[in-house]
Design a protein around this ligand. Sequence first.
Ligand code: HEM
Ligand code: HEM
Length: 197
Amino acid sequence: MSQDCQELIAIRKLKNTAERYGIVSQAFHWLIVVLIIVQYQMGRIAEDLPLGFDKLVLMSRHKSLGMTILGLALLRLLWRLANKSPGSPPGLHRALQGLGRTTHVALYGLLLALPITGWLASSYANSPVSWWGWFTVPDLVMPDKENFERLSELHQLLTRFLIVVVTLHAAAALVHHFYFKDDVLRRMLPGWPGLRK
Ligand code: HEM
Ligand code: HEM
């Protein structure tokens, strides 16, 4: 096979096709999944700690990682806009297609809304967000105790919503794989597993 041909295949693997997600979409998906799990746990643990040094350090890491997730989510969305996702598997009921699309929109919404409400809560609390100690992210609003409490409640509520939507989403992926026996899960898995015919 010529070198040009090999390069063309490598580039095609990076991008989505009508049949499967490309390497870039897969990498964004699974990297963000891992970071969200760590981020969620950090938030819950920090929240339960008594006021003190440990809580401060953990919360500061939570904020840095949250801003990292926001950056990755924005890059992912840009990539998504430039790269059409594979369509629904053939024969899937229209209601299920709609449910799938709605879940994906909700997940993208949460990937933006969670960090933004956290960032707003921190600004209202007059507790600036440092990105891994490298630089301080500008505050979005002036300090305000009441608004801090509102935003903090909203941030918590969104984390509960995230659990519900992710559970539904992961369950759907497993149902596709084991019950419908289609390619929906396989095409999001790295390593280019052979698709079912
Ligand atoms: C995807 C991103 C994020 C997730 C999944 C997440 C998750 C969480 C969780 C699970 C909690 C504990 C809530 C509880 O159960 O009590 C929490 C608290 C908190 N998070 Fe986040 N977070 C994210 C991003 C951020 C960002 C970017 C910031 C700030 C820049 C932030 C600031 C906070 C603050 C200040 C609290 C404590 C709120 C309070 O005092 O009640 N979070 N977060
Ligand atoms: C924090 C957790 C997760 C988030 C935020 C998330 C987010 C997303 C988003 C936004 C998409 C749509 C991609 C696009 O077309 O642009 C997607 C697709 C997908 N996700 Fe997740 N996901 C999560 C966890 C999981 C888990 C645990 C699984 C597997 C059990 C999974 C399996 C899939 C599959 C198979 C697709 C492709 C669906 C299709 O082609 O219709 N995801 N995910």
